[in-house]
Design a binder for this molecule. Structure first.
Ligand SMILES: *Cc1c(COP(=O)(O)O)cnc(C)c1O
Length: 421
């Protein structure tokens, strides 16, 4: 559920009417609901109740400082995948011992940054990374706590671009080689092996791939302990999906997921870490856009809006579906019409939906993309020299701009001119 509902015929973010925000910041923009962010975090926290656990928000889903602070103040840890994300988490006040460092290509500089600033653990993804981490830790005179990310060769049954747990994916080490790699890690003086990590993909709408993966992790825990490794923390990754279409069958709830974690891993007496991103931020955000033109084509009508693929790339990149709704509630029973909904960018791929049935809307009216909170603003660019769109956070009846729209000058003046010009 989310906190974007029609009140008196106008779509609101919590208690703030969307047109009020549009008038203040212009379109397009992203808007997030504090209540939805917190509710989703709490659902995960409650789902793991009774087990020693930490919910580490995968901040690549939406990494604005205000979002991080909102979740950190509720007790969330952070899962980071770059030096930039690590610095963002620290800047938002997250202590190092609540930051987990994931990612397949951590550089020596990023590793040093995290070792110096404090880190809960590194989720190591390869032997060469392990060697660099060991050498960096020894040079600094510290020990790096690690889990090793195992690739369980499980089909997550999701979009190919966000599946990460099959043997052909670049992530982790094959689970069949785990004992060998753990033995290597155990012999390195700069490392302290504390656990196992697994993350099989994103937007999973079925629990069975998680179940398969976690059963393999349970077996591996027993094996590694028998070989003398003190496995005491299991990082189970993220990946639980959200409903993007209203009529979708709802994916499993965090409580179902929590029950699965307890069933498969509860007997091992390990601390559990999870790294949800999409399920925390996805339905907590909208992208709001204004209709520029309604253009009649030969065999279809185009809704040309001021948001584009550079602002929200998911439809172009993953063929993703977003519900797109008028901000002014249509009359009940109004006849739907079909539009191709497109942005102004000079690419045919700048298409949000084809033949989408929706209530008629006209130029100057606002539309909202639902479920745009995750992998939205963070994946945006200034392609076609369209300045990054603002982000707004709502809390009850208040709203604040949490990232302003750059002016044209700010955008242009980021470039510098070489002396010969
Ligand atoms: C992307 C990612 C996540 C978050 O995935 P969601 O589908 O957004 O929950 C968690 N852990 C790792 C290692 C990731 O790469």
């Amino acid at each position: 559920m989310d906190h974007f509902l029609y009140k008196d015929g106008v779509l609101c973010a919590e208690e703030v009417p969307i047109p009020e925000i549009a008038a203040a910041v212009g379109t397009p923009f992203y808007v997030y609901s504090t209540a939805t962010l917190l509710r989703h975090f709490q659902l995960f926290d409650e789902a793991l109740e009774g087990m020693d656990h930490l919910v580490c928000y995968a901040m690549k889903a939406a990494s604005n400082q205000a979002i991080l602070k909102t979740l950190a103040q509720a007790g969330a840890g952070m899962d980071v995948v770059s030096g930039g994300e690590y610095m963002r988490a620290k800047a938002a006040g997250v202590p190092g011992d609540k930051i987990v460092f994931s990612g397949v290509g951590k550089t020596a500089a990023e590793i040093r940054l995290a070792l110096e600033g404090g880190i809960r653990q590194f989720n190591v993804e390869s032997e060469p990374e392990m060697e660099v981490l060991n050498a960096t830790a020894l040079a600094l005179g510290v020990t790096a706590p690690i889990t090793i990310r195992v690739n369980p060769d499980v089909d997550a049954k999701t979009h190919a671009k966000i599946a990460t747990g099959k043997s052909e994916n670049k992530f982790g080490i094959p689970i069949s080689r785990a004992q060998e790699v753990y033995a290597l890690a155990g012999a390195m003086q700069g490392l302290e092996v504390i656990g196992i990590d697994v993350h099989i993909g994103s937007q999973l709408t079925d629990l069975s791939p998680f179940e398969l993966a976690y059963q393999k992790v349970a077996e591996l825990t027993v094996q590694l302990r028998a070989e003398g490794h003190n496995i005491r923390r299991l990082d189970l990754g993220g990946g639980l999906g959200i409903p993007y279409a209203r009529d979708n069958q709802a994916p499993p709830l965090p409580s179902d997921y929590g029950a699965l974690v307890k069933r498969t891993l509860g007997h091992l007496d390990c601390e559990i870490e999870i790294e949800p991103g999409r399920l925390i931020a996805g339905n907590a955000g909208l992208m709001v856009s204004e209709v520029i033109y309604v253009k009649s084509g030969e065999d279809r009508d185009f809704l040309i809006i001021d948001g584009a693929m550079n602002d929200l790339i998911r439809p172009a990149m993953y063929e993703a579906y977003h519900d797109i709704v008028p901000v002014i509630e249509p009359d009940a029973g109004i006849e739907q019409v079909k539009f191709d909904i497109v942005g102004p960018v000079c690419e045919s791929g700048d298409t949000f939906a084809k033949g989408r049935a929706m209530p008629p809307v006209a130029a100057g009216e606002l539309v909202a993309f639902r479920s745009a909170g995750a992998y939205g603003a963070v994946m945006s660019s200034e392609y076609n020299s369209r300045p990054l769109i603002p982000e707004v956070l709502v809390h009850k009846d208040q709203f604040a701009v949490i990232r302003p729209r750059p002016t044209f000058d700010e955008m242009i003046n980021r470039d510098t001119i070489p002396s010969w010009l």
